[in-house]
Design a protein around this ligand. Sequence first.
Ligand code: NAP
Ligand code: ZN
Length: 393
Amino acid sequence: MTTTTDATTGFNPTSNEHPSTMTTTIDATTRLDATTNEHPATMSVLGYASPGVKAPLGPFRFDRRESRPDDVVIDILYCGICHSDVHHVRGDWGTDTYPMVPGHEIVGRVTSVGKDVTRFKVGEHAGVGCLVDSCGHCAACKRGMEQSCERGATLTYNDVDRHDGMRMFGGYSERIVVTEKFALKIPDGIDLAGAAPLLCAGITTWSPLRHWHAGEGSNVAVVGLGGLGHMALKFARALGSHVTLLTHSPGKEDDARRLGAHDVVLTGDAKQMAALAGRFDLIIDTVPYVHDLNPYVNSLALDGTLVIVGFLGKTEPPLNTAPLVMGRKSVAGSNIGGLAETQEMLDFCAAHGIASDVEVIPMRGVNDAYERMLKSDVKYRFVIDLATLDDDA
Ligand code: NAP
Ligand code: ZN
């Protein structure tokens, strides 16, 4: 299968082409179906794509596979905008393939199920997060850590299907086809738009809070009040911790307290930061860009752990190991969470009345939302209403 598209500007929604001198040809190199020896049957799906690095997103038609026996087909109702979508579209990680349909915070309604599906029925609400497949056999998969699959988990977008080689496109689209094992049950009673960000922002903060035992008697700090940060505040508070927000933005204090923080400290205020020395058992650091970790390590208590979930790359300035050695402190990282853990988090949210605080936007608002995200101007997750996708096409 070959897709021809323009690499610099938006698309014509019907032809997917744009008069331009720069044209990229994408070869999706699909494999033949092992039983029929034919290319996989496909369905045409409308989405919103970025045609190239830092290029604005626009309407884009693409193929998804038709349902396999263990697949569910989900008509997408809402999709959250994660800062990872912005990183991908801007080429921050250098691993990106275009055209790219981002989106891995997906909630929708099941519209059909394959003959082997047992957990979902047509009409139920289902969610899809950052993963859509993994090997299922390695040590990580066996531990329920599919996100760390030793053979590489299949990501919801910017990846290829491990069975048929088709390119994966994300949730800024009409519908998605996913193996039922990688679909999550959305419990009744959760606001559906507010549930979408739980599939990434929720599980990414829930997993380290649980792994490092946040709860009664623990002192937890959250760095950055955005999509991940606001979920971390809600979860840490609901788990019984004493919660502090560390923010670089003056003016977020009232919201932070409403979302669960007991204390709020401005990271730009060196005096306030120094006063936190030895305070926290656990810090969840959601900042997307390179930043100085040393003040956060200084604010860890004996045996405390700083968990990086935001920035990927080399630390700058260098990390001073002396406080780590002297205080048996750790700097760690954490990557989303496994499927069972994600379902546990969704069920916890339903039981505790927790959902994301969202600003619901039409599909055409996505490029502005990206700009606002880069300015830390998010309250506290943009969520796309996919019912508006037709209007734009
Ligand atoms: P977001 O909504 O944009 O929030 C990031 C927050 O970081 C901002 O609101 C801001 O909070 C703070 N910040 C500090 N310095 C900043 C700067 N120079 N520019 C922008 N923000 C700055 O992002 P998000 O969706 O929560 O994602 C945060 C990071 O986590 C991203 O890098 C994303 O790729 C990553 N992520 C990781 C995983 C994982 O599995 N590890 C999963 C999802 C996302 P204040 O204004 O309060 O300082
Ligand atoms: Zn994400």
